[in-house]
Structures are given as structure tokens and as C-alpha cells.
Design a binder for this molecule. Structure first.
Ligand code: C5P
Length: 353
């Protein structure tokens, strides 16, 4: 059974869900602003941001995993002496490179693709439109849960998923009709169709990666933080690929790789990376202590936050169709997250350390 830790008496499950909702809204707003506030030729490299996020997330997870190692066999007074440190590093190395570590390569690749697609989507859609459309993750997560985990969905859940798809469709009418924010810079031209296609693809990878990660996490005794380190390690190669293969990539021997990579990488780009790192760590906690379905509920709260902030910050013009579509999506999300009467939600399967 899960032992659910708490912070100041509040279960970590709920703390992480609420924090995730706020983080999601913040990420959309900051990422959107960081991309559209400059002309495309003057903006930072999305691939560099994805790589930095993975490096930072991996480093934080490594530190946490190190401090959580079971050292009961060592006398507590000698935990930090060189001999004990060497022993602990070796233990951590063995944990990280355990024989089943390859399983994390699948979600790692999917998440890197998703994180790159997210930049394309958020650069071509209004922040609020992106946030609503991204709720289709619930649909793909449900589909993969049914197929891979053999979860059963009640008729209410199927109806909620149908409403969700209709709601997102209604919101797209607004974005396709060329309605746009007036308060934003006009240096960046948005392409709603391209943005929407990127969201659809990102929802697909999100659903598959999330369900797969949950499956690996809950069916093996390895520590969450060790799994996160493995995820980041396997992310490095796919995150580096677009940088290496980019047509403008400088020769690795020229010595200007790092300069090129971080061209235009200003405060907003770093803020995007920081909020993305926080989101990754929170997502892992939510998947461990709650589940993917509750995660969807938390992010629906972020629709409201992003929506209000878009009106205030980007002079987002809300139309009747947008309000209608968003309301349908919110109601659908709420409906989907209602516990089924008489049966377990099916959210837990297998053991969890
Ligand atoms: O939108 P979704 O919830 O699928 O996004 C998951 C995000 O969390 C991705 O950016 C992914 O890289 C990150 N993540 C993570 N560590 C995990 C699980 C997800 O960094 N263990």
C-alpha cells in the first residue's frame, strides 16, 4: 500500500495537486510570453530549454535520491566520511543502472518529444486556447489506460470524454476564426492550425508516457527519485538530437556551441525552464501519490487561472464560443473525475514503495 507523506499535516497528494494546478497555469503564461514577445529570429532555442530542463531535473532528482538511500547498515556518525560516501555513491549507481532501467527510455523519449511540441503549440496559440486544448490529454490518458492497463471506464466517464472533445472543438472555432489578443506584440505571427496539430500530438505523447510511467513506477519497488534520474538520463540523447541535427548547428569544434545554444536565452527563458523543472518533479509526485486521472483534474483548475490571466495580461478577447467551449471542457473534466459509485476507480494497480 502507498504510505502517503504529508506537509504541515496536509497529505502530499493534495499539496502536489494544487501546486501542479498553479504551476500549469504559470508555465503556459510564462512560456507563451517568452515565445511571442520576440520575433521568431530573436527568440531562444526551445531545444536548449528542453535540454536544460532535463539536466536540472536530473540533478535535483539525483541529490534527492542520494539523500534517501537506505544507510541503516552504516553507523550514523560516519555517514559523511569518504569511505561511507564512496559506498553510498556505489549504491546509488547500482540503483540507477538496475537491470530494468531501460524501461524508462520509452517515456523519456515521449516526454522529450512532448516538451518540444509544447513550445510549438504555445508559440502559435493564445495561452488560454492552448490550455483548454491541452485538456485533450485526459482523452488520450483514458484511452491508453483502457488499452494498456485494462482499466474499465463507466458510461459517465465515456460521456465526459465525448463532452471534452466537443468542448475543445468549440474552442478551436474561436482560434480558427482568427480572433486574437490585442495586447501582444505584433512581431510574432501565430499559426493556429500548426499550434493545434502540435497540441494534438503532445496530448498523444502525454497520455502514453504518463500511463507507461505510472505502470513502471507502481509495479516495481524502485524509488521515485531513482526513476526520475533514469528518466532524465534517457532524455539526454533525444534532447540533444535536435540541437546536433539543427541545420544552423555550429561545428562542435568551433567553440561557439554553447554561445549559439544560449543565444537570446534571457530571464523569461530561464523562468520557463525553472517552472518546467518544478512541473516535472510535481508530475512525478502526483503520479506516485495520486494518479494520472487526478492529475487531469488539477490541470483543469489551471484553465481558469490561465484564462483570467490571459484577459488581464494579454488583453485576450473572449468570445461567446470560447466561454461556451471552456465551460463544456470544465464540466467534462469535473464529470470525468467523479468517483464511480460501487466500484473502485481503478486508479491503483500493483504495489508502490
Ligand atoms: O502534461 P503532462 O502532465 O503529460 O506533462 C508531464 C511533464 O512532466 C513533462 O514535461 C515531463 O517531462 C514531466 N515529467 C517529469 N518527470 C516525470 C514525469 C513527467 O519530468 N516523472
Amino acid at each position: 500500500q502507498n504510505t502517503v507523506p504529508s506537509i504541515c499535516g496536509m497529505p502530499l497528494k493534495y499539496v502536489s495537486l494544487v501546486t501542479l494546478a498553479v504551476q500549469n497555469a504559470l508555465l503556459t503564461l510564462i512560456m507563451h510570453y517568452s515565445r511571442v514577445s520576440a520575433a521568431p529570429s530573436e527568440t531562444y532555442s526551445a531545444a536548449a530549454a528542453v535540454l536544460m530542463t532535463e539536466l536540472l531535473k536530473g540533478f535535483i532528482s539525483l541529490v534527492v535520491a542520494f539523500t534517501r538511500l537506505d544507510c541503516s547498515s552504516l553507523p550514523s556518525a560516519s555517514l559523511w566520511n569518504p569511505h561511507a560516501l564512496f559506498y553510498r555513491f556505489r549504491r546509488l549507481g547500482r540503483e540507477v543502472f538496475r537491470p530494468d532501467c531501460w524501461k524508462l527510455s520509452i517515456p523519456a523519449i515521449l516526454y522529450v518529444i512532448q516538451n518540444n511540441l509544447q513550445f510549438v503549440a504555445v508559440s502559435n496559440l493564445e495561452a488560454a486556447t492552448f490550455q483548454v486544448s491541452y485538456q485533450m490529454k485526459i482523452l488520450t490518458t483514458a484511452a491508453f489506460s483502457v488499452v494498456l492497463l485494462r482499466r474499465k471506464l463507466s458510461p459517465t466517464k465515456w460521456l465526459a470524454l465525448l463532452c471534452l472533445a466537443i468542448g475543445v472543438g468549440i474552442v478551436q472555432i474561436q482560434s480558427g476564426s482568427g480572433a486574437h489578443a490585442t495586447g501582444e506584440t505584433n512581431s510574432h505571427e501565430m499559426k493556429p492550425f500548426k499550434g493545434f496539430m502540435a497540441v494534438v500530438a503532445a496530448c498523444f505523447t502525454s497520455g502514453l508516457a504518463g500511463v507507461y510511467f505510472e505502470m513502471v513506477l507502481k509495479n516495481s519497488p524502485a524509488d521515485l527519485w531513482v526513476r526520475n534520474v533514469q528518466l532524465s538520463l534517457f532524455s539526454l540523447l533525444p534532447a540533444l538530437l535536435p540541437i546536433i541535427c539543427s541545420p544552423s548547428a555550429p561545428s562542435p569544434t568551433s567553440g561557439v556551441v554553447s554561445l549559439q545554444l544560449f543565444a537570446n536565452f534571457g530571464a523569461w527563458a530561464w523562468a520557463t525552464v525553472a517552472v518546467q523543472v518544478l512541473g516535472g518533479l510535481l508530475t512525478a509526485l502526483v503520479i506516485k501519490y495520486a494518479d494520472n486521472i487526478l492529475k487531469g483534474f488539477a490541470t483543469s483548475l489551471s484553465i481558469v487561472i490561465s484564462f483570467l490571466a490571459s484577459v488581464a495580461l494579454f488583453s485576450f478577447q473572449m468570445s461567446l464560443t470560447f466561454v461556451l467551449g471552456s465551460t463544456v471542457v470544465l464540466v467534462a473534466t469535473w464529470m470525468y473525475n467523479q468517483p464511480d459509485t460501487g466500484s473502485a476507480d481503478g486508479s491503483s494497480y500493483g504495489c508502490c514503495k
